[in-house]
Design a protein around this ligand. Structure first.
Ligand code: BG6
Length: 513
């Protein structure tokens, strides 16, 4: 395939419009996120004709390197992290658009140098003055970087060009710090210039929740308290804290997963139909759900939340160390690696329907899924049969690693007697659509380049997410756990997580079944 053809090919109407001409400035270009996700995602966009041919990247990092050396390094990394077959001509085209600027983010000089570099890159690649800044840095730098960019005029939108900044969680560590971060940012840029990424919204299966609910006539009429008994959201990981002990020990499972990723899953599952797919129409409905979640009193925290920390154990047949023995974790750490809770949404649709959540590290299998459990059918008809019990129907949205949707229902088992077995009707993404090479960042980067913030978090949503969990953080801090570690690696968290549902006459969906 000739290179310029690839790069200048018209947008494919099936996949979407080509992004605006622009420069992407990556702060922290030598880090993991850039090589594992951002560069492969940009390449995938280019190969799908979604990247403008008037595009360039300027990477800023601490390593003293030339642009040529940086290109070589990124090319090496790309061989390792590309998500599909690589077209060498296209990579060559892409890599010629990569530029490197060595420097420290806290050195004011770097921002003037960046300004000069951008003027040159703009001339060479015809990027129309549009720039987005991706802060792939520790969150402590967010405010200073954005302020320094604004100080040298790099955030100013004039003459029809746009300037945007992408940041990724954590957005603060509780409600107050999240508010402070938003206030600082909003002093120097406007809300519509800030793109707060939650990488869960880059997942096709998460985006599909809306399509599934609102593009099909049969589910919405039963999507409410009259038909649904409870909703269960599990985000189970087999990995431990890997090399992130330092960060994780300050965060813990609650902060790390709940106000962000899990709240996305809840809002998409529970929200009302928006009046359109326009960004604020969708986000307004999500925000309403966050505001409708019943606030936790201290008693609620004690009775409706469970925390756990893993001890040593066996995962996937391998012995693994206890959390407290992981690098960067203090030997007496009280940080939770597992959390479960029951919450209620105080609105007309969901009144009285419990939402059970659980997430944890070092669980027996990796699985993120949402279970919609329907009310049981009345048993009357089966009294005189060999059936002892009717099990509830479950609609399961498999987010990862399995990607699809299944419906579990009862069927008569063959034979003369009335006996029932549970069966599944399964839709699997790959069977229908094949595998699309993806890092999960393509859609998010592309949306930023076309100015569509639907899948990004607004300031009010971030703060609403923190308002829900802050009472838990406060009570947990006041009452440190005395029984940690309380589950061995390779088990489904502490037994209290099962009891949380058993008390209500319910149980977690058995993933191994
Ligand atoms: C990150 C958390 O935001 O999400 C990690 O900090 C977690 O602790 C990760 O492992 C999970 O993401 P995914 O896409 O693997 O489910």
């Amino acid at each position: 395939m000739a290179l310029t053809e690839t790069a200048s090919a018209p947008a494919n109407p099936k996949v979407g419009r080509t992004a605006d001409p622009c420069v992407m400035v990556i702060f922290g270009v030598t880090g993991d996120l850039t090589r594992r996700k951002l560069i492969p995602a940009l390449y995938n966009l280019a190969s799908q004709h979604l990247l403008s041919r008037e595009f360039a990247v300027v990477g800023i990092g601490r390593n003293p390197m030339t642009t040529e050396e940086a290109r070589q390094k990124l090319s090496e990394d790309f061989k390792q992290f590309a998500t599909g077959p690589v077209d060498p001509d296209l990579w060559e085209w892409f890599s010629r658009r990569l530029h490197y600027l060595p420097g420290n983010f806290d050195d004011p000089k770097i921002y003037n140098q960046l300004k000069e570099t951008l003027e040159k890159v703009e001339k060479d690649h015809g990027t129309h003055g549009n720039v987005f800044f991706y802060l792939a840095t520790a969150p402590d730098y967010f405010c200073d970087i954005v302020r320094s960019l604004a100080n040298v005029g790099l955030m100013k939108e004039e003459n029809g060009h746009w300037r945007r900044v992408i940041i990724e969680k954590p957005f603060g560590h509780d409600l107050d710090s999240a508010r402070a971060l938003n206030q600082h940012l909003l002093k120097v840029v406007s809300e519509n210039q800030i793109y707060r990424i939650d990488h869960y919204l880059g997942k096709e299966t998460v985006q599909n929740i809306l399509a599934f609910r609102f593009a099909n006539g049969i589910f919405e009429p039963i999507w409410n308290r009259r038909y649904i008994d409870n909703v269960q959201i599990s985000v189970a990981e087999t990995v431990g804290v890997e090399k992130r002990g330092d960060y994780y020990d300050k965060a813990g499972a609650l902060r790390d997963m709940v106000p962000n990723h899990i709240m996305q899953l809840i809002t998409l599952t529970a929200m009302e139909p928006p009046i359109s797919f326009e960004a604020n129409a969708v986000r307004d409905e999500q925000a309403k759900i966050l505001h409708a979640i019943q606030p936790f009193s201290s008693e609620d925290v004690l009775s409706k939340t469970i925390r756990g920390q893993y001890g040593e154990g066996t995962v996937d047949g391998q012995r693994v160390p206890a959390y407290r023995a992981e690098p960067g974790v203090p030997p007496d750490s009280k940080t939770e690696t597992f959390v479960a809770m029951k919450l209620l949404i105080d609105n007309w649709r969901w009144a009285g329907v419990p939402f059970f959540l659980r997430t944890g590290k070092r669980l027996p299998s990796r699985s993120t899924h949402i279970v919609i459990e329907f009310r049981r059918a009345p048993f009357v008809l089966f009294r005189e049969t060999q059936v002892d019990d009717l099990t509830p129907n479950q609609l399961i949205m498999h987010i990862q690693p399995e990607e699809g949707i299944s419906l579990r229902f009862a069927a008569k088992t063959p034979g003369p007697a009335m006996r029932l077995g549970e069966v599944d009707m399964d839709f699997n993404y790959a069977d229908y659509f094949g595998q699309t090479p993806s890092t999960g960042y393509e859609r998010l980067l592309h949306d930023c380049m076309i100015g569509d913030p639907t899948l990004f978090q607004r300031a009010d949503m971030v703060e609403a997410g923190w308002s829900i969990v802050t009472p838990m953080l406060d009570v947990w801090k006041a009452l440190p756990p005395r029984n940690f570690p309380n589950y061995p690696a390779g088990k489904w968290g502490p037994k209290e997580a099962d009891e949380l549902l058993e008390r209500d006459g319910r149980s977690w969906r058995n993933i191994e079944k």
